[in-house]
Design a protein around this ligand. Structure first.
Ligand code: AHG
Length: 333
């Protein structure tokens, strides 16, 4: 007979993981639980965005001069409020805000972790009902416990991440998070309101066929990249046939890459010398996940995780996905 409880919730899973490390205090599990709660609240709003007058632009710009959507601002607010009342988070930095926020109550000052996030990535897709997501990155703070967190706590390189992941608001809502121990996916079961383990030990296939890039920018790319795209489009019978897929929502494009294999890239081009995507909120967390699932990430020269951040809202070029596809692309650069 099947055991009664065949599901493993996110909370149960993180607690089981904590037990593997006798010295762990459970702080990381606490943060993951809190992010899960915030994302369930965001999910609720995303699901009925068309009904509650929350679609569309807000008429403001974020620190990077990008138009803010109403849902971006709502999601940012929820993440900050939930993490501020978390027992384990000492401060946050968000793609939507100019500066980091140090939580200044006595309790938070003694918390060990800081969280960086993009509250609603791919927000230009909100109004057309395509998948969007929340991306998060968790570091152990370097500043002294008992004091307010410093900017340097948020400028650690990606190899120092303790955990990172995303929640995709798609045909089903999923959280995928990784630690140095591996990457696991949890699907939200709306009937019980819990993220349940559905994709244990996720691995990026070593090879793939799908390349994912905004090909409309080709004229602005280097010759090496143009040649790579020509190679992908050639599709003569003697070569592997490639397929192009691009949603324009990094979480959705990366979720497919993680599951089916392939390559996603947002390179530097003649108009944007550092590309478009943000190191601390998008590229590092995705690179951490992909590398711990057996894939590769690169800024064209080295692993994204080896880039030393110099500012909070830094942009970097990124090439990420299946090991063989990233290696092949890099040979064209
Ligand atoms: P935004 O959140 O402003 O919609 O940006 C989305 C990001 C990322 O998710 C996506 O991969 C990329 O920007 C798409 O940019 P292009 O429209 O330039 O292709």
């Amino acid at each position: 007979m099947k055991p009664f409880n065949t599901i493993t919730t996110l909370d149960e899973f993180t607690i089981q993981q904590t037990r593997l490390f006798p010295k762990a205090t459970g702080g990381l599990s606490g943060i993951l639980r809190d992010i899960g709660i915030a994302c369930k609240l965001i999910n609720k709003k995303v699901n009925k965005a068309g009904l509650v007058g929350i679609l569309g632009a807000r008429g403001t710009e974020n620190v990077q001069g990008e138009e803010q959507m109403k849902l971006d601002v709502y999601a940012d607010d929820i993440m900050i409020r939930v993490l501020k009342s978390s027992a384990d988070c000492a401060g946050i930095a968000s793609e939507e805000n100019d500066d980091f926020v140090a939580f200044d109550d006595e309790y938070s000052k003694n918390a060990k972790y800081v969280v960086l996030f993009d509250p609603l990535d791919g927000s230009s897709n909100i109004d057309v009902n395509a998948s969007i997501g929340t991306i998060f990155a968790i570091y152990r703070r370097e500043s002294e416990l008992g004091t307010a967190v410093q900017e340097s706590d948020f400028l650690q390189n990606g190899s120092k991440l303790m955990a990172a992941g995303y929640v995709i608001y798609g045909s089903s809502t999923m959280m995928v998070y990784g630690t140095k121990g591996g990457v696991n996916g949890f699907t939200l079961d709306p009937s019980i309101g819990e993220f349940c383990l559905s994709h244990p030990d996720m691995m990026v296939p070593e090879d793939g066929k799908i390349y994912s890039v905004n090909q409309g920018n080709t004229e602005k790319y280097t010759d090496g990249l143009k040649n790579y795209l020509q190679h992908c489009m050639r599709n003569d019978d003697t070569k592997k046939s490639y397929t192009h897929r691009y949603i324009g929502s990094m979480v959705a494009d990366m979720h497919r890459t993680l599951i089916k294999g392939g390559i996603f890239f947002y390179p530097a081009d003649s108009a944007n010398e550092n590309g478009k995507l943000r190191l601390q909120y998008e590229c590092n967390p995705m690179s951490f996940l992909v590398e711990h699932a057996g894939g590769l990430s690169s800024d064209g020269e080295k692993s994204v995780l080896k880039i030393e951040p110099t500012e909070l809202h830094q942009r970097v070029p990124i090439f990420i996905g299946s090991k063989n596809m990233v290696t092949e692309l890099l040979s064209y650069l």
